[in-house]
Design a protein around this ligand. Structure first.
Ligand SMILES: Nc1nc2c(ncn2[C@@H]2O[C@H](COP(=O)(O)OP(=O)(O)OP(=O)(O)O)[C@@H](O)[C@H]2O)c(=O)[nH]1
Length: 530
């Protein structure tokens, strides 16, 4: 199965971590800016509503003072119609607060009215405001009501008492909420392109100012903002308006009338700058993000490089040069360094063990000479290198009898004795190999003649050395030559064997040299006086 490389994994992890960190930062900024925009809009609406409510309140109080002043001016009595009319005219005209003004006697009959074209002088004023003023005989600001001419009206009145304290009537003015006057200028035109607007409700939850004229006079129930403001509370909250639009509303009561001023802005319009802001943040982050990713890439390469090199080299651990390559890997941090030493230690042990196993697999345990596998391994090399060689096949004479007479153990010792003799006459490049009771001596780059001489030396030397049996043993030898090239090595070994058998047949304790290929073999032995 294909496995992902650590450098890519670390790079991916680092990029994922950086991306996650950036995303979290970006999201946190987004949330913070969003909350800030919303709370700023809520606060701005609250302040605005409070300011307007306060202004309206101040206006009402000022108007009430004006009416009170007019009432005091008429405390001498309402007997002079010209004076009454002049006072009513002054009241209506001086501050543009009232759309109409009246002076009414104690029976409720109008003594003077402005503007004059109203033509009501002499009639009894039957409006809600008028009735309340007459009945309560105290300064009043009426609740908004619908007048006889279908105007939404607020009536502000002040009683007139004579010098003796007797009730003479009242003087007051009507403010038509939908028509031009100071209050309308103050409260009536507050809406913007972005969907922000302002409305005013009276104590009965009735709209008295609204950008949508169709909604004026509508009574609104279940709106938490209106509920709070008519309770006299000031504040701000997020609310869904009657059109289902998510709004940020600020509200404040008008103390003198109990009305509520509500200023609100759609959440969507409030958050509109957010997209631009976030884009700006992103643009400012980008110059840092690109170098950050490059640094991450460079760091991940730095961290992974030694591990990668160790992994690639360790994959070819069986190569002779792998150990040296691993040693040269620059492991600059603790874990990689420990890993390198562990791999080196493991490889050292493995190579040593393999070497030992290899050696054991080609060695005869009894004599320490090569075994058949060792023989074939060396012959394969010599064949590949076309190393010509001579082979001397040596066999202890009547070895079976040695075993029978002295036992297997002594037989083994005799074999070891022969091995020692043969080792003592061999050179460093020669190969000694035991195959059962036969020992081969392979002599590279050695002529047949030379090999014959060495075999003879061995035979004579053995015959004069006391063997582990306590007496002397003799050996026979067969010699053959492999010239290299296309000649068969198996054939050469067989010719050495044949020569050995010939030496046995001819009486043992002798050396027979197999002539190169077809020639007669030559026997040398004690009968020739060697
Ligand atoms: N002690 C011992 N004896 C072995 C070993 N390998 C083979 N032999 C014995 O060697 C004997 C055969 O050797 P040969 O060389 O044929 O000896 P032989 O026939 O008595 O003598 P020749 O006719 O002179 O060859 C048998 O008795 C084997 O049991 C060994 O590793 N240790």
């Amino acid at each position: 199965m294909h496995r992902i490389e650590l450098r890519w994994l670390i790079l991916l992890l680092m990029i994922a971590a950086a991306f996650l960190a950036c995303s979290i930062g970006f999201y946190a900024s987004y949330r913070t800016v969003r909350e800030q925009l919303m709370s700023q809009a809520l606060e701005a609406n609250r302040v605005y509503a409070a300011k307007l409510a306060q202004s309206a309140d101040t206006l009402f109080k000022a108007v009430q003072s004006e009416v009170a002043y007019s009432a005091s001016m008429l405390s001498d009595g309402l007997g002079d119609p010209a004076r009454v009319e002049a006072e009513v005219a002054r009241l209506q005209l001086q501050s543009n607060a009232f759309n109409a003004a009246y002076a009414v006697n104690a029976e409720g009959r109008i003594l003077a009215g402005m503007p004059r074209h109203t033509g009501l002088v002499g009639t009894v004023l039957e409006t809600e405001g008028a009735k309340a003023a007459l009945a309560q005989r105290r300064p009043l600001i009426s609740s908004p009501y619908i007048s006889a001419r279908n105007n939404l009206v607020v009536f502000i009145s002040h009683p007139i008492f004579g010098k003796d304290g007797s009730y003479q009537g009242y003087i007051g003015g009507s403010i038509y909420l939908a028509e031009t006057n100071i209050l309308h200028s103050m409260l009536g035109h507050h809406y913007y392109q972005d969907g922000s607007y302002l409305y005013v409700v009276d104590r009965q939850r009735r709209m008295i100012y609204h950008q949508d004229s169709l909604r004026v006079r509508e009574t609104v129930t279940g709106n938490p903002v209106i509920e709070a403001v008519i309770k006299g509370e000031e504040g701000a909250m997020r609310v869904t308006n009657s059109r289902g639009v998510d709004m940020l509303a600020g509200y404040a009561p008008v103390e003198s009338t109990g009305w509520g001023v509500v200023s609100q802005r759609p959440v969507e319009a409030t958050l509109q700058p957010l997209d631009g802001l976030m884009l700006e943040i992103l643009k400012r982050c980008l110059p840092f993000v690109v170098p950050l990713f490059l640094v991450i890439w460079w760091l991940s390469r730095l961290v992974v490089k030694p591990l990668h090199q160790l992994a690639i080299t360790a994959r070819h651990w069986d190569r002779a040069e792998s150990q040296e390559q691993i040693r040269q890997v620059r492991t600059w941090y603790f874990e990689a360094d420990q890993l390198k030493h562990a791999i080196l230690g493991g490889l050292g042990l493995l190579h040593e063990k393999l070497g030992r196993l290899n050696q054991e697999s080609i060695t005869d345990p009894l004599t320490g000479l090569a075994n058949r596998r060792g023989l074939h391994t060396v012959l394969a090399q010599w064949k590949a290198q076309e190393n010509p060689f001579s082979v001397v096949a040596v066999n202890i004479d009547n070895f079976k009898q040695v075993n029978e007479a002295h036992g297997q153990e002594v037989g083994d010792k005799v074999l070891q004795f022969l091995g020692t003799q043969m080792r003592s006459i061999s050179r460093s490049g020669d190969l000694l190999c035991r195959l059962g009771s036969k020992v081969l001596l392979l002599l590279p780059h050695t002529s047949l003649e030379e090999a014959g001489e060495i075999a003879e030396r061995l035979r004579l030397w053995t015959a004069y050395m006391e063997s582990p049996t306590g007496s002397f043993i003799t050996v026979s030898a067969g010699v053959a030559y492999w010239p290299g090239g296309s000649a068969s090595i198996a054939d050469t070994l067989k010719r050495a064997d044949d020569a050995l058998h010939q030496a046995k047949r001819e009486g043992r304790n002798r050396t027979v040299v197999s002539p190169p290929q077809e020639e007669e073999s030559v026997a040398t032995g004690p009968q020739e006086g060697v």
